[in-house]
Design a protein around this ligand. Structure first.
Ligand code: GAR
Length: 210
């Protein structure tokens, strides 16, 4: 059984979709811990109710980013994970941390990367007049919101969309692509060659609008 550690900062709906798919689809894996950098993160309760170890490493308790990253790495390593999954984890991680988990560190970002790295992705897509938006699951590299792309989901931007409407449409697709990407990882179905990720069974790495 592969061991998955999930890092969250908030409500944890992506974490929940992964925990549920792991159980229902009987992955050769287990979510062994959910770690939050925020004490009030809503997702912690869900994890605890599902007998998953939870821990808070509050970034405010550390004088520097490096000290926080080191404490976080220590908490993760206790769990001897095969895969570390960032699911709405809203802290920037330093290069040393990222390198430590390179190749086994996944993130989901609510845009069609490389467009709109960073924050406020939905409003920026609306303001730019984009007709398509979406989400990207990628391996994490030291450069923020970059790294080899595992799967993307595309949704239309509809006339009259505000940030809330677009983010809900994207989030519903995040809940489909993130479990899929994690399942591929724990089943050894991904290969990365020269920065390009391939699913070895040839499964589509693009989820188009329903
Ligand atoms: C998701 O939309 C995720 O893509 C985004 O935060 C939300 C977390 O929701 N992540 C980022 O913006 C990372 N840069 P959740 O806590 O319900 O999974």
């Amino acid at each position: 059984m592969k061991r998955i550690v999930i890092l969250i900062s908030g409500r944890g709906s992506n974490m929940r979709s992964i925990v549920e798919a792991c159980a229902v689809e009987r992955w050769p894996a287990r979510v062994v811990a959910v770690i939050s950098n925020r004490p009030g993160a809503g997702g912690l309760a869900f994890a605890a109710e599902h007998d998953i170890a939870t821990q808070v490493i509050d970034h405010k308790a550390f004088p520097t980013r490096e000290a926080f990253d080191a404490a976080l790495a220590q908490a993760i390593d206790v769990q001897t994970p095969d895969l570390v999954v960032l699911a709405g984890f809203m802290r920037i991680l330093g290069a040393a941390f990222v390198r430590r988990y390179e190749g086994r560190l996944l993130n989901i970002h609510p845009s069609l990367l490389p467009a709109f790295p960073g924050l406020h992705t939905h409003q920026r897509a609306i303001d730019a007049g984009c007709k398509l938006a979406g989400a990207t699951v990628h391996f994490v590299t030291p450069e923020l919101d970059h790294g080899p792309i595992v799967i993307q989901a595309v949704v239309p931007v509809l006339p009259g969309d505000d940030e809330d409407a677009l983010s809900s449409r994207v989030l519903a697709r995040e809940h489909l692509i993130y479990p899929l990407a994690v399942r591929w990882c724990v089943s050894d179905r991904l290969r990365v060659e020269q920065g390009i990720v391939r699913q070895v069974d040839g499964a589509s790495q693009l989820l188009l609008p329903a």
